[in-house]
Design a protein around this ligand. Structure first.
Ligand SMILES: Nc1ncnc2c1ncn2[C@@H]1O[C@H](COP(=O)(O)OP(=O)(O)OP(=O)(O)O)[C@@H](O)[C@H]1O
Length: 275
């Protein structure tokens, strides 16, 4: 759904970036008391036979060993156009789950997510085809993101140059399975970053690139923000978050522990983790 313009006030007084006095800020993502639950067959029931499964279906009962993982618990925030928002928190705190729920890839158990336009989630696991060449993946990836064939052709060289894949030889014409994980992540980032996004969500992509690439991608994130989008960045690299984001959401055990300006939240987080 499209979200209406709202005045530049925030209920809880937390400060985000891009706020200019008196100018209305445009929300791009609204999460309202969002809960996300995974249901996992823990195997505790042990009865894996087809007859047992059929009986469960007929009785409409969950399997005996079914376990629930409450990965996101009552998270609420409003993201605005022009913000770059870092998502931090310990392993398993719910960062990736939150992004997937915003992208519409996981259903909300309770609460709601509203987004303006279709958010694009760029994860290190984004679906590129390992058996196809980098070249084919750039074309397919571009089309999958909604670029026209002409746009992909026009931006093809920029994408390859940005990724730096060809710096050490003609890798772009080789299958993706011959790439290191860093090279593959760079190509994924470069394809996604070639398009302007209303909401771009990046899951750890920067952590896998080398220093030079990190600098380039941080600069591109700043550009994407200027082009009026909202960027979410999940990272365990505190420096990347500091260099790229002006607001940080800190999740812990699925709950939003803090939401505020980068430095305030990072200081509290570093105290919590002992750096
Ligand atoms: N597909 C899944 N099925 C069941 N549980 C899951 C699944 N994916 C994640 N979880 C659980 O949900 C919780 C949150 O996981 P999530 O991956 O969102 O955390 P994260 O903050 O992104 O972690 P990390 O920093 O390690 O990447 C964890 O307890 C995890 O075990």
């Amino acid at each position: 759904m499209a979200v209406a313009e709202v005045e530049s006030t925030r209920k809880n007084g937390q400060d985000g970036a891009g706020e200019q006095s008196g100018e209305p800020r445009i929300p791009t993502v609204i999460a309202e008391d969002l809960h996300v639950v995974y249901r996992v067959n823990g195997g505790g029931g042990g009865r894996g036979s087809a007859t047992a499964a059929l009986n469960r279906i007929l009785r409409r009962k969950p399997p005996a060993g079914m376990r629930e993982v409450r990965a996101v618990k009552g998270v609420s925030f409003v993201a605005y156009r022009g913000e770059a928002i870092g998502l931090i928190g310990s392993n398993g705190s719910g960062k990736s789950t939150l992004l997937k729920a915003i992208a519409g890839l996981l259903p909300a158990e309770r609460g709601k997510v509203y987004t303006d336009g279709q958010p694009s989630l760029l994860g290190v696991n984004a679906a590129l085809m390992n058996d196809l060449t980098g070249e084919r993946n750039v074309i397919l990836g571009g089309l999958a993101m909604g670029m026209t064939k002409a746009q992909v052709e026009e931006r093809y060289q920029d994408i390859v140059d940005f990724s730096g894949i060809n710096e050490k030889g003609d890798f772009i014409s080789l299958p993706m399975r011959t790439y290191s994980s860093g090279m593959a992540a760079r190509l994924r980032f470069s394809i996604a970053a070639a398009k302007d996004h209303d909401v771009l969500m990046i899951d750890e992509a920067l952590a896998t690139g080398d220093k030079k690439f990190q600098k380039r991608s941080e600069a591109r994130i700043r550009e994407l923000r200027k082009e009026a989008g909202t960027v979410f960045l999940v990272s365990h690299n505190n420096k990347s978050i500091r260099d790229t984001c002006d607001r940080v959401l800190w999740l812990e055990r699925g709950e939003l522990r803090m939401d505020g300006p980068t430095e305030t939240v990072m200081k509290a987080y570093e105290e919590f983790t002992g750096k």
